[in-house]
Design a protein around this ligand. Structure first.
Ligand code: ZN
Length: 159
């Protein structure tokens, strides 16, 4: 079965940056399963998978714009410590989910200077081209529920 919109696709992949460093991999574990055509994965990878078949193996390099976006200085802000109500000690590298802003929805503390906290809303992989080494393990039609929810129901989905 070919990959088309509303198919459930299982892939094994290894992700490296242009320096050849491995950033992520499913090797030795469970494949990643996603619902094709629903923005479950980065757009460049979804495009590269479209129309392919079970057993296909390929490499693809995806520009930052089609991966986690270009790095944006505008996503870096200095805010008051009061923004982080209930957190005793703020440290560099702490991550929070932000309800505001566009972007990844995750902010990272990059500098702590007294009450001035510098936060970065860029995705940790923003500004990077990503190289995927992919093998398509399985393709099946999504169920009605999966289609209406816009994601796959498997292990880790409890409803
Ligand atoms: Zn669901």
């Amino acid at each position: 079965m070919q990959i088309a919109n509303n198919t459930a696709v299982s892939i094994h992949y290894t992700l490296t940056n242009d320096a050849g460093e491995e950033l992520d991999s499913t090797a030795g574990g469970e494949p990643m399963v996603y619902l094709h055509g629903n923005d479950n994965i980065i757009s460049g990878l979804e495009k590269a998978l479209h129309g392919r078949d079970v057993g296909d193996k390929f490499n693809v390099r995806i520009d930052a714009a089609d991966a986690y976006g270009e790095f944006s200085e505008d996503m870096i802000q200095v805010v008051s410590k009061e923004m982080f109500d209930g957190i005793d000690e703020l440290e560099i590298g702490m991550q929070f989910h932000a309800a505001v802003n566009s972007g990844s929805g995750v902010i990272t503390v990059t500098k702590v200077d007294g009450d001035d906290i510098t936060i970065d809303g860029n995705h940790p992989m923003a500004g990077q081209a990503l190289n995927f080494d992919v093998e398509i393990v399985a393709v099946r039609l999504a169920t009605k529920d999966e289609k209406s929810h816009g994601h796959i129901h498997g292990s880790g989905c409890n409803h």
